[in-house]
Design a protein around this ligand. Sequence first.
Ligand code: NAD
Length: 351
Amino acid sequence: MKLTEIDVPGYERVVRCDDSDSGLRALISVHDTTLGPALGGLRMWPYLSDQEAFTDVNRLSKGMTYKSAVAGTGLGGGKSVIIGNPKTDKSEAVFRAMGRFVDQFNGLYTTAEDVGTTVEDMVLVREETRHVTGLPREMGSSGDPSPYTAYGCFLGMRACVEMALGTNDFKNVRIAVQGTGNVARYLCRHLHEAGATLIVTDIVEEKVRRVAEEYGATVVDPEAIYDVECEIYVPAALGATINDDSIPRLKCKIVAGPANNQCLTVEHGDRLRERGILYAPDFVINAGGIINVSVELEPEGYNERRALEKVRNIYDAVRDILAKANAEDISTNRAAILLAERKLEEGRAKK
Ligand code: NAD
């Protein structure tokens, strides 16, 4: 087991994890623990280079700091990634080795599932460290965060619909969803039940077919999703899909969805605003999962009723950010970043 510290300005601790026995190659990034110990998921993805994984883990880790700051979870921001293919490179040894690396943080970083990992993988991580959340309900934990992320996202989308479309329901609202994975499937169910018309895509055909059958959605090719005439474009796959190429193509009035780091840069949020597209800042609208997990860490332990109560605050949180951006004549993502930074400043002042 080899742990290599990497100095990254603005980050509290970033390490590279190599374990030759299991073949694990991973990175753990703790961005900021001003407001509490860092919590963020463990992603497994076939990154094309170490640099790509390094950029991703640090962007995600900072996003977690902002997400928890705005949602008031009492947690800081961190994230980890395993460089590998979740279809072919998973093993008990890989996740147990990851658990041993997480354990080296002595609770400064707690992990959970994310893209490419599952509740079952976290059970293996738990063999080596107690600093892991989102374990099965039978273990007294909060389980899969995806339904809570989806529910919060649905409520945040309603706030956007009210502001941009002047209606408070989803009847006949056309919604283009990129990625039909864990969160999107739950989200599509809410939207379908609320009367929305769904257009969906995924790079995995069986996933998109299942959602199409369950919710009567129309399927388009992955590349065609940006060109779909719709009211809402929902990024629910990976990050950075709001960029120079996609923005001119979008034919929607709202961008709102669960994916992390949707805008490639902060300026891409400004570009959306210039095009008259309302953007729900990702780390505000997709906080349902971290809110659910954070309840697990409360002294009384996990309680679903309490978690849902807190997730419902996302409606107000999104509405407040949209209103703040309007009042200050800035893009919604800048308004959200300013709010997160202010919460961090307040936290630093109290220390
Ligand atoms: P997931 O892996 O279950 O779903 C992602 C889906 O996107 C997969 O089905 C994948 O095949 C598809 N995909 C990948 N690239 C694509 C592309 N170019 N075009 C179309 N489809 C593509 O992951 P998830 O847990 O549903 O998370 C989705 C997003 O939401 C991620 O960005 C994640 O970081 C974010 N998020 C998830 C949670 C949670 O609770 N799971 C919480 C907050 C944020």
